[in-house]
Ligand binder design. Sequence first.
Ligand code: AMP
Ligand code: MG
Length: 513
Amino acid sequence: MVLLLFPRIHRSLFEQFWCIIQCMTPIRFDNSYAALPERFYSRIHPERAPKPELIRLNEPLARELGIDIEWLKPEAGLAMPSGSRMPESSEPIAMAYAGHQFGGWVPQLGDGRAHLIGELIDVNGKRFDVHLKGSGRTPFSRRGDGKAALGPVLREYIVSEAFAALGIPSTRTLAAVLTGEDVYRETTLPGAVLTRVAQSHVRVGTFQYFASRNDMEAVAILADYVIDRHFPELQEAKNPYLALFEAVAMRQAKLIAQWMGVGFIHGVMNTDNMQLVGETIDFGPCAFMDSFHPDKVFSSIDQHGRYAWSRQPEITGWNLARLAETLLPLLHPEAEEAIKRAEGVLERFSEAFRRHYTEVFSNKLGLSGVEADAGFIEATLSTMAANEVDFTRFFRRLTQLGVAGEGGEKGPLLELFSDMDAGNRWLEQWLGRWNSVEDREGRLNAMQQANPIYIARNHRVEQVIEAAINGNFAPFHELVDLLSRPFDAQPGSEGYELPPTPDEEVRQTFCGT
Ligand code: AMP
Ligand code: MG
């Protein structure tokens, strides 16, 4: 009404008001990590993308984080996800860390192409890091260009969000933006920036960074920080540092069992890629298996199979031992006693992993812990490996067989085995166990929750990336949408259940850094 009467004056007032609202940036960052001592990071601003263009904004996640979506959108200049304009409350830093890469010690890594721009408290009061990746050089860049190519950004978007939908702890992706700038890898590629959201970015390698410098004061500060932020209940423990190590080990035990249950191979389980809070982080050369084999490896740089599917628990134990080494003086004043305590935790890690693994695979098989002993699980997996059975389809079709009941067709499951007779022998064993299940409904429910219909198959991810590099982002959006409901049959999407044809098969993945 007032606007109608005094259009000119009030429009300009309105515009001013609008500008104030926009520039006020309705994001209030907190910066608890940046409040730690200066030697924990380097203060550095992200680079401005020359011509930012939004690829995708994760609106549900933005809402959970209490971010005003309009503010992130193109009309507002894609301010934050492209590094173009930081909220005033942002105190951007690049975090310092070290790490063992493929077992070799690297005393300094750090965020070489990433910036922690601040922390947000979500609608449930939980604190999250907001991190830009591909946002320019930092003092930790070494010889790198500080940039990210479109392919790895899309891969991280797809897989991290697929993990969230599968219920597996993971860092999340808030946005992906084209920078409008080329990056040079083996060829010229479009540059992109990913906005990563994580419970925190403290890694095993962060502890190693300080311990290797004999800076035990910093190790204690960091341990206290992690306890306060993620495990406040441990403040009351008799030895909070030992309790922290145990809590971290227990989270990893569950996480790795969950990875294995979806046929996931992380591919680069270096200590700098293992977070204390127990989320999956770094989706560089990761892959989901099509046909099952425990020794499968995809990463082009993993020449000795260090990070093969079946070695992931052992490597996690190795990484945890490296974490323990950094904490020893805090575990007990006497070295021998400290080592004994750490070893106790590592033993309990192995037991916890076994428990979770058995539970994951019992659920996948529709059996309870009683009917699916470890022996049957191993026999199942070795039959699958010998018969080159597609991992995801096998468990999907087994679920369908369970749902169908007595008259269910065995053919669809058996045709996944290269030797159908071997398949039939296995199925007879399974049916024997399944027939003794009392709570069928409960088991079927658990089975449906454990066996996704759709996973981010490598060939699909590659196809999506190739299309996007050629300017077509529709397949990317379709795949992300599909994988947001991996347990629901989505009519018209049957093709996504299929393994690759020999032409489509992806045998190697690359870090792409
Ligand atoms: P990642 O393989 O992603 O775990 O990275 C290992 C280390 O290399 C980390 O310190 C990264 O920050 C750094 N890094 C990876 N890519 C780049 C890049 N393009 N420019 C600078 N540093 C990088
Ligand atoms: Mg990494």
